[in-house]
Design a protein around this ligand. Sequence first.
Ligand SMILES: [Zn+2]
Length: 398
Amino acid sequence: MTSSAGRARSVRARDARWRGALAVLEEMRREPGVTRAGVAQRLGLTTGSATEITARLRELALLVESPAAVSGRGRPTTVLRPHPDGPVVIAVDVRQEDWRIAVAALDGRPRLAEAAAHASRDPGQVIRTIAQAVQRVRERHEGRVRAVSVAAAATVRHGRVVQSAALGWDAVDLAALAPEPGLPLLIGNDATLAGAAEARYGAGAGVGTALHVTIEVGVGGTLVVDGRPVTGATGTGGEFGHLPLGDPALRCPCGALGCWDLAVDGRAIARHLGEPPPPDPRSYAQTALARAEGDAAVRAAVGRAASWLGRGLAGLINALDPGIVTLGGFAEPLRSAAAMEFGAALADGLMSFRRPDPPPVVAAVLGEDGALHGAAATALDQVLTEESLGAWAAERPG
Ligand SMILES: [Zn+2]
């Protein structure tokens, strides 16, 4: 046998081993608390090879096993969980009023580590504050952080923030958020990441083509096809709020005329009530919903916004043909507060062939953690690769 054939065989063996290991880790991510027997069954592994793979993953500090509760006549098995000293990713969510940092292990579930309201609107200062917090979180997970992933309330193009109406920023460089050279730093739009997470783990799970629409300050979202958000040639797709579905006489802060943004969020409700534009449209809108019960004028203003939401959604459904629509942020409370107006506008806007069988429009289930889930998921996609796990294994002692 030549040495090259031997090498080829050992490379194949190594690849096969990582393939099995990756498949097991992906199952642990898909279903936290899954058992070894469950994974073996789903992946078509023999009990012996499942045991071998999990033993190796234990040695590499990638998972731990604990006895599973015995049910029925099944053989005893173990529950698979991320190793307490295993790899983690840091997820950062930069929102209009505050920022949050979470840590996710290989199960992909973000656990909140630090959070604070912005002390300043100055992007330099905001980024310095968050970078210091990322550094503290990294120090608490010495040697374990494999990627940092940022969800920003901003338009992200080619992985860089180019504009944010919510934060009042122009182009901003987030490179300072990478706590050490060489560590992957991923940057995405918050609504896109929330939509991707919703389609993977949330209300859209199992539906091939899912549309996520959320209202925070303006409207955002994404179309997700087979788990991947459709973000266009440069990454800026999904800016649904800047479709010209609103009043063509109104100039949007984005620079365009007649944006849908201005017809559905807190700014729209304030305008209908003859009140000045609120500095924080998100909390203004929440307060308006609370006021609507006892005030007919507020109720009518909320109804108008809900109607514009339904009308715009009908347009998106006509254009994109999703199998499900998930509503995040203020979109769901707005729809519930004025279900009649929303429903009528949606039905009127749908092409007639769609009306008997429109896609379900449901509340997103990940709530305000959606963007953190999405940021953690994209970071873990980079960690759960043969190359990245190989590098992790090479760093282990022994
Ligand atoms: Zn706009």
